[in-house]
Design a protein. Sequence first.
Length: 401
Amino acid sequence: MKDVFIYDTLRTPRGKGTKAGALYEVKPVDLIATALRALQVRNDLATENVTDAIIGCATPVDGQGYNIAKSGLLKAGWADSVSGLQINRYCTSGLEAVNLAALNVGAGAAHLIVAGGVESMSQVPIGTDGGALIQDPETINQIKYLPQGVAADLISSLEGFLRKDLDAYAEQSYERAQHALKNGYFNKSIVPVYDRNSLPILEYDEYLNTTTIAPSLDSFPTAFDKDGEMGYDVLAMRKYPILGEINHVHTLGNSFSAADGAALVLLGDQSVGHSMGWKPRAKIISFAIGSIEPTIMLTGMIPATEKALKLAGMTAKDIDIWECNENFAAVVLKYHRTFDIDPAKLNVNGGAIALGHPLGATGAILLGTILDELERRDLNVGLVTLSGGAGMGVATIIERV
């Protein structure tokens, strides 16, 4: 395998994934086209040199269907020769897109590929695409599949995490995100979204209203106990009979919020960097996928991380900064406990609890975030990981060049 380098990363701001959000008026194809145009301009990119665009999307229907990767390329005015691939590995899709691009470049199948993700949860809510794991009671009962919020509460119950533990972690996420915003830590990667009259629609992450959210975390009601009462608690305890009950402790304050956004990563081999006059920012060291049983579901990032570390010949002590997606506070606390991570190195600028989680885009967002932070701190090695539905997880290790 050839070395694979990251030459650039960028993203749109995250918008609230509701009809009241700033990006609700922006079509998904325009979100990804905005990112593609920005990538082209700031790298003086002759797009005919790009082989493919691999774009993750967790709900690929309606405005996000019919291969939004290729439609986005066409909308952005890229060369017709650039192919497009849309992939869906749930919440891990954006990072998996990057890993698939790295696999192609490393194998010599392409010199230059764009990868990332897009999600407009305000226009295409999660679950819009249906499927057996959402709509088929026979399948759900057979495999004991839970809504993700109940699965997060199951993790809390098994690990002994209390509501105060989750809220304390969430408060940290809000505080770190607010600090990052005030100090411009995200500015290097964010590209604004404009309307057709070139007026800005959104220039900064919309969720960062931490002064009103963080102090009231203990006032949020639990969010998933009603789902549990619909029979999902019974399913969980059939799988884990050691539990007498599920302790529902997640709220809208210590769980992710729906979001809109797009993110891209420009990857290539060494020869394309030389020919374009680009200096690589980082190298892909290793990547891996993992999966666990589908009831607890949200710890798939653990085997993925173990595999990525083994492939890299590293241990947890070799990682300078970690990004574990904050879909639910208990997920990050479980990850932290498993790898004994210094809290000062994990999700150092907050995460999806404070900033929102545009499902298909988040993996690429986190990769850009960790690279920016490695550069800012003059550190070397970062690991990004996410868990997704049905037990899947993805992890990627990068090293600054």
